[in-house]
Structure formats: structure tokens, C-alpha cells
Design a protein around this ligand. Structure first.
Ligand SMILES: NC(=O)c1ccc[n+]([C@@H]2O[C@H](COP(=O)([O-])OP(=O)(O)OC[C@H]3O[C@@H](n4cnc5c(N)ncnc54)[C@H](OP(=O)(O)O)[C@@H]3O)[C@@H](O)[C@H]2O)c1
Length: 266
């Protein structure tokens, strides 16, 4: 399948690690010019060098904190200034605090909403005029299955993710006549640094060793394992390609049919 990504310009938030990095590598391999952002400069620049070394294509790195509007605007502007256009936006920089209702204060709710929801909103808003100028565009939001499979132990991520899915669908409807598609993918557990932290939280909560927490996670996965970052990145790359030309407003489960109640017992 030819994804026709040669010459496209993609801006990927949270591109220095995990799913964002795997997506950046995929798109660069497909011939796209890729810009990535994250907060840690050293790791970001190392990732850009690594991907560029593997693919032979230029990768731009821009230090940015997507919980901050000016940084989000600057990431998009720097990408367009450097590459001359923008075709694809992937929102991947996100996290929101887990935990049960009574443990969460206003500032934790606001930090989740500010990064995981508003971070995606402000990046899409900054990118939109550039996509409209091209008359073609792809916005892919990496959200999470808490948004469609709520659990009491992840009430804040669930609410932030549900908002993100709703935003994705609304924006898709508005932008479809302009040749711009907007979709989201909803991973369950993915083998990244973020999941390691979340699983450590499960271990502490349930009084389990790291091995037992992983065994419990795997038990919740009908395939018996969690996802790899590249498995999520492959779907994101497809949605960002010409091949997904009639896919918009889609909310795609990438959780191996996870049964969340198994890792969140009452
Ligand atoms: N892993 C999972 O199990 C899982 C499941 C469902 C959904 N997701 C979602 O998938 C997305 C990617 O997760 P991941 O597992 O790939 O995470 P990860 O391995 O922890 O990587 C996160 C990336 O985002 C960057 N980042 C974090 N906060 C940022 C901020 N405020 N501004 C800019 N960049 C920021 C990180 O770099 P810096 O720290 O240097 O900024 C890093 O590049 C997230 O939205 C996450 O909620 C993940």
C-alpha cells in the first residue's frame, strides 16, 4: 500500500518517546518531513538525530510544553517556517492524573484538562489555518480507552479523554468539506514509559509486586499482552495518510478488547 506521504510535513507533539516517537519514525520512513516537540531538550534532540539517522530524512525538534498556549503556537509556527507548509498534526503529548474521585483536587483536574484536552485543542487551532491553506489536512489525536471505557480508578483521564473524543468528532464534521480529516485512536495499555508509571501505581494500590501487576494487566488483555508503541503508530500513520481519505470523525479502539474491570477490581 502506498501511503503517499512523500513530501508531506507532519508535526507530532510528544515525539521524543513512546507512541509519538514510533509515529515520527514511521512517517519519516514514509518520506514525510517530521517535526517533533517535547519538554526535555536533550532527549528530544537525541530522538530527532536517531530518526534522521535511520531514515535519511530531516527531523526538526522544537522544545515545547503543550500545556502552554505560546509553546503550542510556537511549535506549529516553527514547523511551518522551517518546512514551508504543514499537512499532518498528531497530538500525542498528554497525561492526566489517575486516582479515585476523593483523591483529586481542583489543580489535578485542571492539569489533566489543560494538557490532555486543551493541549490537543490549542495545537489543532494553531495548525488549522496552515492545513486550510493546503486544502488537505490530517489531524490525529492519540487519546485513550478510558474515554470510552470509564473506570473509577481513572476518573480524571476518563473525563479528559471523553472530552477529546467529542472534540475530535465535532471538528471532523466542521472540517470535512475542506479536505481535512480529524480522527482519534484510543489505546489501552501500551508498552511505554508512561505505562510503566501507571502500572507502578496499580502495584502500589493493589499491594502487588511489579511482576504481579504486569500479570494482572496481561489478564485484562484477551491477547495476553499489552500493545507495542509501533502497533499504535501504524494506525496513526494510516489515518494520517492519503489512504484514509474517507475516514473522518472516527474513534478507533486500539486496546485489544481490554476488559478494564480486571485491573480495576472494586
Ligand atoms: N502508554 C499507554 O499505556 C497509553 C494508553 C492510553 C493512552 N496513551 C496516550 O498516548 C499518548 C502518548 O503516551 P506514551 O505512552 O507514548 O507516553 P510517553 O512514552 O511517556 O511519552 C510521552 C511523550 O510526550 C512528551 N510530553 C509529555 N508531557 C508533555 C508536555 N506537557 N508538553 C510536550 N510534550 C510532553 C514526553 O516528553 P517530555 O517528558 O520530555 O515532555 C514524551 O515525548 C499520551 O497522550 C497518553 O495519554 C498512552
Amino acid at each position: 500500500m502506498n501511503l503517499e506521504m512523500q513530501g508531506r510535513v507532519a508535526a507530532i507533539t510528544g515525539g521524543s518517546m513512546g507512541i509519538g516517537k514510533a509515529t515520527a519514525l514511521n512517517m519519516s520512513r514514509e518520506g514525510a518531513k517530521v517535526a517533533i516537540c517535547a519538554r526535555n531538550k536533550e532527549r528530544l534532540e537525541a530522538t530527532a538525530r536517531e530518526i534522521s539517522g535511520l531514515t535519511g530524512n530531516e527531523v526538526l525538534s522544537v522544545v515545547a510544553d503543550m500545556s502552554n498556549k505560546d509553546d503550542a503556537d510556537n511549535f506549529i509556527e516553527a514547523t511551518v517556517r522551517h518546512f514551508g507548509q504543514l499537512d499532518i498534526v498528531v497530538n500525542c503529548a498528554g497525561a492526566s492524573p489517575g486516582g479515585q474521585f476523593q483523591t483529586l483536587e481542583d489543580d489535578q483536574w485542571m492539569s489533566g484538562l489543560n494538557l490532555k484536552f486543551m493541549g490537543y485543542v490549542r495545537t489543532a487551532r494553531a495548525a488549522l489555518p496552515h492545513l486550510q491553506a493546503r486544502g488537505w489536512g490530517r489531524i490525529v489525536n492519540v487519546i485513550g480507552n478510558d474515554g470510552v471505557k470509564p473506570t473509577f480508578n481513572e476518573i480524571c483521564p476518563g473525563a479528559c479523554n471523553a472530552a477529546g473524543i467529542n472534540f475530535t468528532m465535532s471538528l471532523a464534521e466542521q472540517l470535512a468539506p475542506q479536505g481535512i480529516t480529524v480522527n482519534c485512536v484510543n489505546p489501552g495499555p501500551v508498552d511505554t514509559q508512561r505505562w510503566d508509571g501507571l502500572e507502578a501505581g496499580i502495584a502500589a494500590r493493589e499491594g502487588l509486586s511489579a511482576e504481579d501487576a504486569r500479570a494482572l494487566t496481561n489478564k485484562s488483555m484477551p491477547m495476553g499482552r499489552i500493545a507495542r508503541a509501533d502497533e499504535v503508530a501504524d494506525m496513526v500513520t494510516f489515518l494520517a495518510s492519503e489512504r484514509a481519505s474517507f475516514v473522518t470523525g472516527a474513534s478507533i479502539a486500539l486496546d485489544g478488547a481490554q476488559r478494564k474491570a480486571i485491573i480495576n477490581p472494586l
